[in-house]
Design a protein around this ligand. Structure first.
Ligand code: BG6
Length: 495
């Protein structure tokens, strides 16, 4: 399906996100012939930048960040539709001028007035820009569609997310807002629904009767690098959990939607997220571990002590690692614990959901240690490999009954030859065709913050007390093991 003719307006077009991801993704869509014939890109930049200068800068970005060899003809055709305009919320008249420019441009390009406003800006600009777009009538849908795309972070806690939603919803309707979580652009993440709902064999065992617990791990090898100022005000919990980890959690735990459409899927996701038990601050402290990395080496790479990172406060108590235990209060998941962990400067980059099944009811093989019999995992991973693995026990060849765990593996790259992509292509394409199935709805965002709020509050009160230190290249603070060990469980080792 080719999207409707439209204008693709990018605020923050001179920034990293636009150069690194948005334009390379548009290029890949152009190469796949998935952009509308009548199309224009409008970049909103600072005063004085010309369209030629913007095109040069985007071309440089494309050469650096394209996921495949750049075909000059396609790149030039794409960049030929780029126009630079100026608009600054502090100078409202610039938005009036922009509105007139867009009208003229759209008449020339015959885009029919459909507009997508992509806010690739720092979050404090979301509202001022949206308000100006609203004031000048640019968000009004009069026979043409108008959409607003916002990047994360969406709020910094429950109160700010609610306030942002309520302000935006004064300007546009929910169906016009596309809240991006780039995890939903990942193939393996989208595949979770297919795995669960296009295969008859998993449904009967996908519940508390057969699942012992679920672990979600998003470990990163890189430290905070040059993002000190953003990260020190944010921390691992805010940066990763209510968005990326909860996307994974909701896809794995939601009820089957009645239809595969945005309303049904997003309603089920919101429903399960709102069933995450809201803990008291006391419970949140008991059910969490937070850590901060010290200086050291990971292989040949030198990692600075977090507190010595550029733009990080010397005595910072911001966590770079978080592990949580949560429960979901509903029929399917009552009594099943969910262990989530994420951190920076760890030994490997690993993103996985490990579903651990209950042990066989009777230990017939008496000589086999019980922990051997309880190694039934289904593992859905995006890093280090994209795929699915099933771990089960098997008899070791020989005259005695010896049991060991083996793995059956499906790796995407063995079956499908996908062109390398930025991960933004599907998301951008869906914004253009008006399918918001892969975007977060206001209620999900708020339910996510609601669940992490007690942890944020409890950690803020505790300050440096309870913040554990860990070595770069490790698996995080030792104490994260206790979170499971006290329940008679352990984190899955990378195998
Ligand atoms: C971003 C976070 O949203 O996701 C980063 O702000 C993090 O801190 C990144 O590194 C992880 O994304 P991915 O796709 O590499 O797992």
């Amino acid at each position: 399906q080719q999207p409707d003719p439209c204008s693709f307006v990018i605020f923050g077009v001179t920034g990293d996100l636009a150069h690194r991801l948005v334009i390379p993704a548009l290029y890949n869509l152009a190469a796949a012939d998935l952009l509308p014939d009548k199309f224009c890109v409008v970049g909103v930049a600072r005063k004085g930048m010309t369209s030629d200068q913007l095109r040069d800068s985007l071309m440089k970005g494309l050469r650096q960040f394209a996921t495949r060899a750049v075909d000059d003809a396609i790149a030039e055709r794409l960049l030929a539709c780029v126009t630079c305009v100026e608009a600054d919320p502090k100078e409202p008249e610039t938005f009036d001028a922009m509105s007139r420019q867009l009208d003229a441009l759209e008449a020339a390009r015959q885009t029919g007035g459909n507009r997508l406003f992509y806010l690739a800006t720092p979050p404090n600009a979301f509202l001022p820009i949206s308000r100006e777009l609203g004031r000048t009538g640019m968000l009004a849908e009069n026979g043409a569609w108008r959409r607003l795309v916002v990047e994360k972070p969406f709020g910094t806690d429950l109160a700010s997310a609610k306030a942002l939603n309520s302000e935006l919803l004064k300007l546009v309707e929910e169906h016009q807002i596309y809240r991006i979580d780039h995890y939903l652009g990942k193939e393996t993440v989208q595949n979770i629904l297919v795995l669960r709902f296009a295969n008859g064999m998993f449904e009967p065992i996908w519940n508390r009767n057969h699942i012992d617990h679920i672990q979600i791990t998003v470990d990163e090898k890189l430290g905070v690098g040059h993002r000190g100022s953003f990260y020190d005000a944010t921390g691992a919990l805010r940066d990763m959990v209510p968005n990326h980890l909860f996307q994974l959690l909701s896809l794995v735990t939601m009820e089957p939607p009645v239809k595969f459409d945005a309303h049904s899927v997003r309603s089920e996701k919101a429903e399960v997220l709102s069933a995450i038990q809201t803990q008291t601050e006391q419970e949140a402290l008991q059910n969490s571990v937070r850590g901060q990395y010290r200086g050291g080496r990971i292989g040949d790479t030198e990692i600075d002590d977090y507190r010595k990172t550029l733009d990080v406060a010397p005595g910072s108590t911001t966590e770079t690692y978080a592990a949580l235990k949560l429960t979901i209060d509903n029929w399917r998941w009552a009594g099943v614990p969910f262990y989530l962990r994420t951190g920076k400067a760890l030994g490997v980059k690993r993103t996985e959901i490990a579903i651990k099944f209950k042990q066989a009811p009777f230990a017939m093989f008496r000589d086999t240690p019980v922990d051997r019999l309880s190694q039934n995992y289904l593992i859905i991973s995006t890093e280090p490999t994209e795929g699915i693995a099933l771990q089960f026990n098997t008899k070791v060849p020989g005259p005695n009954i010896n049991i060991d765990g083996v793995e059956m593996k499906f790796r995407y790259k063995d079956y499908f030859k996908a062109e390398p992509s930025t991960g933004y292509e599907t998301l951008i394409y869906d914004c253009m065709i008006g399918d918001n199935i892969l975007f977060q709805r206001a209620d999900s965002v708020e339910a996510g913050w609601q669940a992490v709020q007690p942890f944020l509050d409890a950690w803020k009160k505790a300050g440096g007390k309870g913040l554990k230190v860990y070595e770069p290249g490790s698996e995080g603070p030792e104490e994260a093991n206790d979170l499971l060990e006290r329940d008679g469980r352990s984190w899955r080792k990378l195998g």
